[in-house]
Design a protein around this ligand. Structure first.
Ligand SMILES: [Zn+2]
Length: 186
């Protein structure tokens, strides 16, 4: 029988999910019998097996990619400074906003930030992400020059400049943790 972790909530339908670790989670309604959950998983066994194999291969790749050395980080910082300075300068002119300067950091917690005074900071690990993702993070931070929050108005502004931003956000959610995990412990 497929091994799975059952998470019950007030939802109405049963859904199976494969985590990046390869663990299978069944999100189930409160009172659905456990044997029904397992029967459902058995019906989807082929799909689950393929998804688990994909997830395990992905997490192995992340582990093998390994912790970045100081020299590698330095190269990423230099590349990020050039790349993001070009992006932000181009985008700011198009969006009609200004900014106070750009700092490149190596952080475990965030991809970018924008201070009240317009100082932007970006994570050098963005250089390990696709260019479209860097474009999204640059647009995101510059939109904070108009909205210092994550309100609906903020996301409307992001969508105005980058209609497919949701795909880039999804990329960061899916692959971001593995990238952040490549920073050395400080
Ligand atoms: Zn933000």
């Amino acid at each position: 029988m497929t091994e799975l972790r059952i998470v019950r909530s007030r939802r109405k339908t049963l859904a199976l999910q494969v985590l990046p670790t390869g663990e299978i989670v069944a999100r189930a309604p409160l009172r659905l019998p456990e044997r029904d959950i397992h029967a459902f998983a058995e019906q989807h066994a082929a799909w689950l097996e393929a998804a688990v194999a994909r997830a395990r291969a992905g997490s192995r790749a992340a582990q093998q990619a390994g912790i970045l050395s100081e020299a590698e980080l330095q190269r990423l910082r230099t590349a990020a400074r050039a790349d993001l300075t070009e992006r932000v300068t181009r985008l700011a002119a198009r969006m009609g906003v200004d900014f106070a300067g750009i700092t490149i950091r190596a952080q475990r917690t965030r991809w970018g930030s924008c201070s009240a005074r317009g100082s932007l900071s970006f994570n050098c690990l963005l250089m390990l992400a696709p260019p479209e993702v860097r474009e999204y993070v640059a647009v995101h931070e510059l939109c904070h020059r108009k909205q210092m929050n994550h309100s609906a108005a903020f996301w409307r502004e992001v969508a105005l400049w980058l209609p497919d931003y949701a795909a880039q956000r999804a990329w960061l959610r899916e692959h971001g943790p593995a990238l952040l995990g490549r920073l050395p412990e400080t």
